[in-house]
Design a protein around this ligand. Structure first.
Ligand code: ZN
Length: 79
């Protein structure tokens, strides 16, 4: 990996982009949910989103390679 690519990755991380993949690499599905990390105190709206499967809570520890999204169709994790 070149230095330029590393810098691009760093910029993406800094911006904390919240865009899901265009298409699932496993099933070509286009519906994604997002993982939420950290300590959260769900309110009614968040509970509703969890109930619909739009988001999932993933505890307080975020790993370097923790996925941000999951496919709603086949459950595959996506970075
Ligand atoms: Zn999928």
């Amino acid at each position: 990996m070149s230095v330029e690519e590393l810098e691009e990755d760093f910029e993406d991380f800094e911006e904390e982009q919240q865009h899901p993949p265009i298409r699932c690499s496993s099933c070509s599905g286009t519906t994604f949910g997002s993982y939420i990390y950290g300590l959260v105190f769900p309110d009614d709206d968040l509970f509703a989103q969890i109930g619909r499967g739009d988001i999932r809570l993933r505890g307080c520890c975020i790993e370097f390679d923790s996925p941000q999204w999951f496919c709603r169709d086949c459950d595959t994790d996506h970075p």
